[in-house]
Write a protein that binds this ligand. Structure first.
Ligand code: TDX
Length: 357
Protein backbone atom coordinates (compact mmCIF):
# COMPACT_ATOMS: atom_id res chain seq x y z
CA UNK A 1 0.00 0.00 0.00
CA UNK A 2 1.32 3.42 -0.99
CA UNK A 3 1.15 6.84 0.59
CA UNK A 4 -1.52 7.64 -1.93
CA UNK A 5 -4.88 9.25 -1.33
CA UNK A 6 -7.72 9.18 -3.84
CA UNK A 7 -9.69 12.41 -3.92
CA UNK A 8 -12.84 12.10 -6.01
CA UNK A 9 -14.12 15.37 -7.40
CA UNK A 10 -10.81 17.21 -7.04
CA UNK A 11 -11.52 19.25 -10.17
CA UNK A 12 -14.39 20.82 -8.25
CA UNK A 13 -14.58 23.50 -5.57
CA UNK A 14 -14.03 21.65 -2.27
CA UNK A 15 -12.19 18.68 -3.78
CA UNK A 16 -9.58 20.92 -5.37
CA UNK A 17 -9.05 22.70 -2.04
CA UNK A 18 -8.46 19.31 -0.41
CA UNK A 19 -5.98 18.33 -3.13
CA UNK A 20 -4.11 21.63 -2.74
CA UNK A 21 -3.99 21.20 1.04
CA UNK A 22 -2.68 17.62 0.81
CA UNK A 23 0.01 18.63 -1.66
CA UNK A 24 1.08 21.68 0.34
CA UNK A 25 0.98 20.30 3.89
CA UNK A 26 1.28 16.51 3.61
CA UNK A 27 3.44 13.89 1.91
CA UNK A 28 0.74 11.92 0.13
CA UNK A 29 0.44 11.45 -3.58
CA UNK A 30 -2.98 12.71 -4.66
CA UNK A 31 -4.92 10.88 -7.35
CA UNK A 32 -7.74 13.11 -8.52
CA UNK A 33 -10.64 11.03 -9.84
CA UNK A 34 -12.97 13.37 -11.68
CA UNK A 35 -15.03 12.98 -14.83
CA UNK A 36 -15.14 16.75 -15.46
CA UNK A 37 -18.81 17.62 -15.50
CA UNK A 38 -19.87 21.25 -15.93
CA UNK A 39 -18.78 22.00 -12.33
CA UNK A 40 -15.46 20.17 -12.45
CA UNK A 41 -13.02 21.88 -14.72
CA UNK A 42 -9.39 21.59 -15.76
CA UNK A 43 -9.01 25.32 -15.14
CA UNK A 44 -9.58 24.67 -11.43
CA UNK A 45 -6.65 22.29 -11.08
CA UNK A 46 -4.29 23.70 -13.67
CA UNK A 47 -1.68 24.81 -11.14
CA UNK A 48 -1.47 21.32 -9.67
CA UNK A 49 -1.02 19.48 -12.98
CA UNK A 50 2.77 19.58 -12.90
CA UNK A 51 3.13 18.73 -9.23
CA UNK A 52 5.26 15.60 -8.76
CA UNK A 53 2.76 14.07 -6.30
CA UNK A 54 -0.40 14.81 -8.29
CA UNK A 55 -2.09 12.49 -10.79
CA UNK A 56 -5.27 13.19 -12.70
CA UNK A 57 -7.53 10.32 -13.76
CA UNK A 58 -10.54 11.37 -15.81
CA UNK A 59 -12.89 8.66 -14.59
CA UNK A 60 -16.61 8.68 -13.85
CA UNK A 61 -17.49 7.12 -10.48
CA UNK A 62 -20.41 5.45 -12.24
CA UNK A 63 -17.84 3.31 -14.09
CA UNK A 64 -17.09 0.40 -11.75
CA UNK A 65 -14.53 -1.32 -13.97
CA UNK A 66 -12.49 1.87 -14.20
CA UNK A 67 -12.58 2.24 -10.41
CA UNK A 68 -11.32 -1.33 -9.93
CA UNK A 69 -8.46 -0.55 -12.27
CA UNK A 70 -7.52 2.58 -10.28
CA UNK A 71 -7.50 0.75 -6.93
CA UNK A 72 -5.32 -2.03 -8.37
CA UNK A 73 -2.95 0.43 -9.99
CA UNK A 74 -2.44 2.95 -7.19
CA UNK A 75 -3.01 0.92 -3.98
CA UNK A 76 -4.27 3.94 -1.99
CA UNK A 77 -4.19 4.22 1.79
CA UNK A 78 -7.42 6.22 1.77
CA UNK A 79 -10.17 7.59 -0.39
CA UNK A 80 -11.80 10.95 0.19
CA UNK A 81 -15.06 10.98 -1.69
CA UNK A 82 -16.19 14.45 -2.76
CA UNK A 83 -17.42 13.83 -6.30
CA UNK A 84 -21.07 14.82 -6.34
CA UNK A 85 -23.73 16.83 -8.02
CA UNK A 86 -24.10 19.62 -5.48
CA UNK A 87 -26.40 22.41 -6.60
CA UNK A 88 -29.83 22.37 -4.97
CA UNK A 89 -31.44 24.43 -7.75
CA UNK A 90 -30.19 22.06 -10.45
CA UNK A 91 -31.52 19.10 -8.46
CA UNK A 92 -34.97 20.71 -8.57
CA UNK A 93 -34.78 21.09 -12.36
CA UNK A 94 -33.30 17.63 -13.00
CA UNK A 95 -32.90 15.13 -10.14
CA UNK A 96 -31.68 12.23 -12.32
CA UNK A 97 -27.96 13.11 -12.34
CA UNK A 98 -28.09 13.46 -8.55
CA UNK A 99 -29.48 9.96 -8.13
CA UNK A 100 -26.97 8.48 -10.58
CA UNK A 101 -23.82 10.20 -9.37
CA UNK A 102 -24.46 10.71 -5.68
CA UNK A 103 -26.17 7.39 -4.93
CA UNK A 104 -25.09 4.90 -7.60
CA UNK A 105 -21.64 6.49 -7.87
CA UNK A 106 -21.11 6.19 -4.11
CA UNK A 107 -22.32 2.60 -4.19
CA UNK A 108 -19.79 1.81 -6.94
CA UNK A 109 -16.98 3.38 -4.95
CA UNK A 110 -17.94 1.50 -1.82
CA UNK A 111 -17.92 -1.81 -3.66
CA UNK A 112 -14.66 -1.08 -5.46
CA UNK A 113 -13.10 -0.02 -2.14
CA UNK A 114 -14.45 -3.12 -0.39
CA UNK A 115 -13.02 -5.43 -3.02
CA UNK A 116 -9.66 -3.69 -2.71
CA UNK A 117 -9.82 -3.74 1.11
CA UNK A 118 -10.51 -7.50 1.19
CA UNK A 119 -7.28 -8.10 -0.70
CA UNK A 120 -5.11 -6.11 1.76
CA UNK A 121 -3.10 -7.67 4.58
CA UNK A 122 -4.09 -6.92 8.16
CA UNK A 123 -1.65 -4.07 8.59
CA UNK A 124 -2.81 -2.29 5.44
CA UNK A 125 -6.45 -2.95 6.32
CA UNK A 126 -5.97 -1.19 9.63
CA UNK A 127 -4.57 1.88 7.82
CA UNK A 128 -7.22 2.09 5.11
CA UNK A 129 -10.04 4.68 5.33
CA UNK A 130 -13.05 5.51 3.18
CA UNK A 131 -14.05 9.11 3.95
CA UNK A 132 -17.44 10.24 2.70
CA UNK A 133 -17.84 14.00 2.51
CA UNK A 134 -21.40 15.16 2.93
CA UNK A 135 -23.55 18.13 3.83
CA UNK A 136 -25.56 19.49 6.73
CA UNK A 137 -28.54 19.67 4.34
CA UNK A 138 -29.24 15.98 5.08
CA UNK A 139 -30.64 17.13 8.45
CA UNK A 140 -33.30 19.32 6.85
CA UNK A 141 -34.20 22.71 8.21
CA UNK A 142 -33.82 24.25 11.68
CA UNK A 143 -36.12 26.83 13.24
CA UNK A 144 -34.63 29.98 14.70
CA UNK A 145 -33.03 28.07 17.58
CA UNK A 146 -30.85 24.96 17.91
CA UNK A 147 -27.93 23.40 16.08
CA UNK A 148 -27.39 20.24 14.03
CA UNK A 149 -25.38 17.63 15.91
CA UNK A 150 -24.11 14.30 14.57
CA UNK A 151 -27.21 12.74 16.14
CA UNK A 152 -29.76 15.01 14.46
CA UNK A 153 -32.39 13.03 12.53
CA UNK A 154 -32.12 12.91 8.74
CA UNK A 155 -34.87 15.00 7.12
CA UNK A 156 -33.65 16.07 3.67
CA UNK A 157 -35.84 18.52 1.73
CA UNK A 158 -34.44 18.65 -1.80
CA UNK A 159 -33.56 15.96 -4.35
CA UNK A 160 -29.94 16.98 -3.78
CA UNK A 161 -29.99 16.57 -0.01
CA UNK A 162 -32.02 13.36 -0.28
CA UNK A 163 -29.35 11.92 -2.58
CA UNK A 164 -26.61 12.88 -0.10
CA UNK A 165 -28.62 11.40 2.76
CA UNK A 166 -28.93 8.16 0.78
CA UNK A 167 -25.19 8.04 0.17
CA UNK A 168 -24.49 8.71 3.87
CA UNK A 169 -26.70 5.76 4.73
CA UNK A 170 -24.94 3.49 2.23
CA UNK A 171 -21.54 4.40 3.68
CA UNK A 172 -22.72 3.69 7.22
CA UNK A 173 -24.21 0.37 6.12
CA UNK A 174 -20.92 -0.69 4.48
CA UNK A 175 -19.28 -0.11 7.85
CA UNK A 176 -21.89 -1.98 9.89
CA UNK A 177 -22.40 -4.83 7.44
CA UNK A 178 -19.02 -5.34 5.79
CA UNK A 179 -16.66 -3.69 8.27
CA UNK A 180 -15.32 -1.26 5.67
CA UNK A 181 -13.41 1.34 7.74
CA UNK A 182 -15.34 4.50 6.96
CA UNK A 183 -15.53 8.02 8.38
CA UNK A 184 -18.15 10.60 7.47
CA UNK A 185 -18.43 14.35 7.67
CA UNK A 186 -21.29 16.80 7.20
CA UNK A 187 -20.37 20.41 6.56
CA UNK A 188 -22.10 23.76 6.42
CA UNK A 189 -22.07 26.18 3.44
CA UNK A 190 -18.60 26.55 1.99
CA UNK A 191 -17.31 29.67 0.27
CA UNK A 192 -13.94 30.71 -1.13
CA UNK A 193 -11.88 30.57 -4.33
CA UNK A 194 -12.93 28.31 -7.25
CA UNK A 195 -16.61 27.99 -6.28
CA UNK A 196 -18.69 27.40 -9.40
CA UNK A 197 -20.48 30.62 -10.36
CA UNK A 198 -24.02 29.28 -9.76
CA UNK A 199 -23.79 29.41 -5.94
CA UNK A 200 -24.83 32.44 -3.87
CA UNK A 201 -21.43 34.04 -3.26
CA UNK A 202 -20.16 34.05 -6.85
CA UNK A 203 -23.66 34.95 -8.09
CA UNK A 204 -23.59 38.13 -5.99
CA UNK A 205 -20.11 39.06 -7.18
CA UNK A 206 -20.79 38.45 -10.86
CA UNK A 207 -24.13 40.29 -10.79
CA UNK A 208 -22.53 43.31 -9.14
CA UNK A 209 -19.66 43.34 -11.63
CA UNK A 210 -22.17 43.34 -14.49
CA UNK A 211 -24.45 45.88 -12.82
CA UNK A 212 -27.31 43.37 -12.92
CA UNK A 213 -29.97 42.63 -10.29
CA UNK A 214 -28.83 40.41 -7.38
CA UNK A 215 -31.53 37.71 -7.08
CA UNK A 216 -32.47 37.10 -3.45
CA UNK A 217 -34.83 34.15 -3.09
CA UNK A 218 -37.95 34.98 -1.05
CA UNK A 219 -37.41 37.13 2.04
CA UNK A 220 -33.63 36.63 2.16
CA UNK A 221 -33.99 35.69 5.81
CA UNK A 222 -32.80 32.10 5.31
CA UNK A 223 -29.77 31.44 7.47
CA UNK A 224 -26.63 29.50 6.56
CA UNK A 225 -23.45 28.84 8.57
CA UNK A 226 -20.53 30.01 6.42
CA UNK A 227 -17.30 28.01 6.36
CA UNK A 228 -14.18 29.07 4.46
CA UNK A 229 -13.22 26.29 2.07
CA UNK A 230 -9.59 25.99 3.22
CA UNK A 231 -10.75 25.53 6.82
CA UNK A 232 -12.99 22.76 5.55
CA UNK A 233 -10.16 21.14 3.57
CA UNK A 234 -8.02 21.10 6.72
CA UNK A 235 -10.88 19.56 8.69
CA UNK A 236 -11.37 16.84 6.09
CA UNK A 237 -7.75 15.74 6.05
CA UNK A 238 -7.78 15.73 9.85
CA UNK A 239 -10.92 13.53 9.86
CA UNK A 240 -9.47 11.17 7.27
CA UNK A 241 -6.23 10.79 9.22
CA UNK A 242 -7.45 10.77 12.81
CA UNK A 243 -11.25 10.36 12.86
CA UNK A 244 -12.67 7.33 14.60
CA UNK A 245 -13.88 4.48 12.34
CA UNK A 246 -17.63 4.44 11.71
CA UNK A 247 -18.02 7.93 13.18
CA UNK A 248 -19.34 11.12 11.62
CA UNK A 249 -18.14 14.67 12.28
CA UNK A 250 -20.01 17.92 11.72
CA UNK A 251 -17.89 20.73 10.30
CA UNK A 252 -19.10 24.33 10.56
CA UNK A 253 -17.74 27.85 10.53
CA UNK A 254 -19.70 29.10 13.53
CA UNK A 255 -20.62 32.10 11.38
CA UNK A 256 -24.38 32.22 10.91
CA UNK A 257 -25.69 34.90 8.55
CA UNK A 258 -28.96 35.29 6.70
CA UNK A 259 -28.75 35.73 2.94
CA UNK A 260 -29.41 39.47 3.07
CA UNK A 261 -26.52 39.86 5.52
CA UNK A 262 -24.27 37.94 3.12
CA UNK A 263 -25.32 40.16 0.21
CA UNK A 264 -24.72 43.26 2.35
CA UNK A 265 -21.24 42.07 3.37
CA UNK A 266 -20.18 41.30 -0.19
CA UNK A 267 -21.64 44.55 -1.54
CA UNK A 268 -19.79 46.57 1.11
CA UNK A 269 -16.46 45.02 0.10
CA UNK A 270 -17.23 45.65 -3.57
CA UNK A 271 -18.31 49.25 -2.85
CA UNK A 272 -14.76 49.73 -1.60
CA UNK A 273 -12.85 47.68 -4.20
CA UNK A 274 -15.05 48.24 -7.27
CA UNK A 275 -17.35 51.20 -6.67
CA UNK A 276 -20.18 51.62 -9.18
CA UNK A 277 -19.71 54.20 -11.95
CA UNK A 278 -22.53 56.40 -10.60
CA UNK A 279 -21.35 56.05 -6.98
CA UNK A 280 -24.53 54.31 -5.86
CA UNK A 281 -24.14 51.50 -3.29
CA UNK A 282 -24.24 48.05 -4.93
CA UNK A 283 -26.91 47.03 -2.41
CA UNK A 284 -29.43 48.87 -4.57
CA UNK A 285 -29.11 45.98 -7.05
CA UNK A 286 -30.96 43.58 -4.69
CA UNK A 287 -34.09 42.12 -6.21
CA UNK A 288 -36.34 39.78 -4.26
CA UNK A 289 -37.40 36.96 -6.58
CA UNK A 290 -39.68 33.92 -6.21
CA UNK A 291 -38.56 31.63 -3.39
CA UNK A 292 -36.80 28.29 -3.97
CA UNK A 293 -39.34 25.43 -3.64
CA UNK A 294 -38.68 23.55 -0.39
CA UNK A 295 -36.26 26.28 0.70
CA UNK A 296 -34.73 25.27 4.05
CA UNK A 297 -35.04 28.08 6.58
CA UNK A 298 -31.87 27.64 8.58
CA UNK A 299 -28.75 25.45 8.83
CA UNK A 300 -26.37 25.74 11.78
CA UNK A 301 -23.71 23.33 12.95
CA UNK A 302 -22.57 22.25 16.38
CA UNK A 303 -18.92 21.48 15.60
CA UNK A 304 -17.90 20.57 19.16
CA UNK A 305 -17.15 16.91 18.35
CA UNK A 306 -14.43 17.67 15.79
CA UNK A 307 -13.07 20.40 18.08
CA UNK A 308 -12.98 18.26 21.23
CA UNK A 309 -11.94 14.93 19.67
CA UNK A 310 -9.68 16.02 16.82
CA UNK A 311 -8.63 19.54 17.83
CA UNK A 312 -9.90 21.27 14.68
CA UNK A 313 -11.29 24.81 14.67
CA UNK A 314 -11.92 27.24 11.82
CA UNK A 315 -9.21 29.87 11.42
CA UNK A 316 -10.96 32.23 9.06
CA UNK A 317 -13.63 34.65 10.27
CA UNK A 318 -16.62 35.53 8.08
CA UNK A 319 -15.21 39.02 7.45
CA UNK A 320 -11.66 37.94 6.60
CA UNK A 321 -12.85 34.99 4.49
CA UNK A 322 -15.35 37.08 2.55
CA UNK A 323 -12.74 39.70 1.75
CA UNK A 324 -10.26 37.07 0.55
CA UNK A 325 -12.98 35.49 -1.57
CA UNK A 326 -14.13 38.72 -3.20
CA UNK A 327 -10.51 39.70 -3.91
CA UNK A 328 -9.88 36.27 -5.44
CA UNK A 329 -12.88 36.59 -7.79
CA UNK A 330 -11.84 40.09 -8.83
CA UNK A 331 -8.39 38.74 -9.70
CA UNK A 332 -9.68 35.60 -11.44
CA UNK A 333 -12.42 36.72 -13.80
CA UNK A 334 -10.57 34.76 -16.50
CA UNK A 335 -11.21 31.57 -14.47
CA UNK A 336 -14.91 32.48 -14.23
CA UNK A 337 -15.21 32.88 -18.00
CA UNK A 338 -13.34 29.65 -18.66
CA UNK A 339 -15.46 27.47 -16.35
CA UNK A 340 -18.67 28.99 -17.64
CA UNK A 341 -17.94 28.47 -21.34
CA UNK A 342 -21.51 27.95 -22.40
CA UNK A 343 -22.59 25.73 -19.49
CA UNK A 344 -24.28 28.35 -17.31
CA UNK A 345 -25.60 31.69 -18.52
CA UNK A 346 -26.22 33.23 -15.08
CA UNK A 347 -29.99 32.70 -15.35
CA UNK A 348 -32.36 31.53 -12.63
CA UNK A 349 -32.36 27.78 -11.89
CA UNK A 350 -34.59 25.64 -9.69
CA UNK A 351 -38.09 27.03 -10.03
CA UNK A 352 -39.86 23.63 -10.41
CA UNK A 353 -42.10 24.69 -13.24
CA UNK A 354 -43.62 21.26 -13.68
CA UNK A 355 -41.23 19.49 -16.09
CA UNK A 356 -40.14 16.00 -15.02
CA UNK A 357 -36.89 14.29 -15.88
O1 TDX B 1 -29.10 33.40 -6.61
C1 TDX B 1 -29.29 32.94 -5.47
N1 TDX B 1 -30.09 33.65 -4.59
C2 TDX B 1 -30.36 33.23 -3.31
O2 TDX B 1 -31.07 33.91 -2.56
C3 TDX B 1 -28.74 31.69 -5.02
C4 TDX B 1 -27.88 30.88 -5.93
C5 TDX B 1 -29.02 31.27 -3.74
N2 TDX B 1 -29.83 32.01 -2.91
C6 TDX B 1 -30.07 31.54 -1.53
C7 TDX B 1 -30.53 30.12 -1.37
C8 TDX B 1 -29.89 29.70 -0.07
O3 TDX B 1 -30.72 30.08 1.02
O4 TDX B 1 -28.80 31.61 -0.87
C9 TDX B 1 -28.60 30.49 0.01
C10 TDX B 1 -27.39 29.73 -0.44
O5 TDX B 1 -27.71 29.12 -1.66
P1 TDX B 1 -26.68 28.15 -2.44
O6 TDX B 1 -25.42 28.89 -2.68
O7 TDX B 1 -27.42 27.56 -3.61
O8 TDX B 1 -26.38 27.07 -1.31
P2 TDX B 1 -27.33 26.06 -0.48
O9 TDX B 1 -28.59 25.79 -1.18
O10 TDX B 1 -27.42 26.60 0.92
O11 TDX B 1 -26.43 24.75 -0.52
C11 TDX B 1 -25.02 24.83 -0.37
O12 TDX B 1 -24.60 24.45 0.92
C12 TDX B 1 -24.75 23.10 1.27
C13 TDX B 1 -24.32 23.96 -1.40
O13 TDX B 1 -24.74 24.32 -2.69
C14 TDX B 1 -24.57 22.51 -1.14
O14 TDX B 1 -23.88 21.71 -2.07
C15 TDX B 1 -24.11 22.19 0.24
O15 TDX B 1 -24.41 20.86 0.52
Amino acid sequence: MNNTVFVTGAAGFIGSAVARHLLAEHDDTVVNIDCLTYAGNRATIENELNHARYVFEQVDIRDRAALDRLFAQYQPRAIMHLAAESHVDRSIDGPRDFIDTNIIGTYNLLEAARQYYLGLDENDQSRFRFHHVSTDEVFGSLGDEGLFTEDSPYEPSSPYSASKAASDHLVRAWFETYGLPVVLSNCSNNYGPYQYPEKLLPVIISKVLRGEAIPVYGSGKNVRDWLYVDDHARALVCIMNTGRKGRSYNVGGNEERNNLEVVEAVCAILDELRPSADGKPHLELIKHVADRPGHDHRYAIDASRIRDELGWEPQESFDSGMRKTVEWYLDHQDWVSRVLEGSYDGGRLGTATGKTS
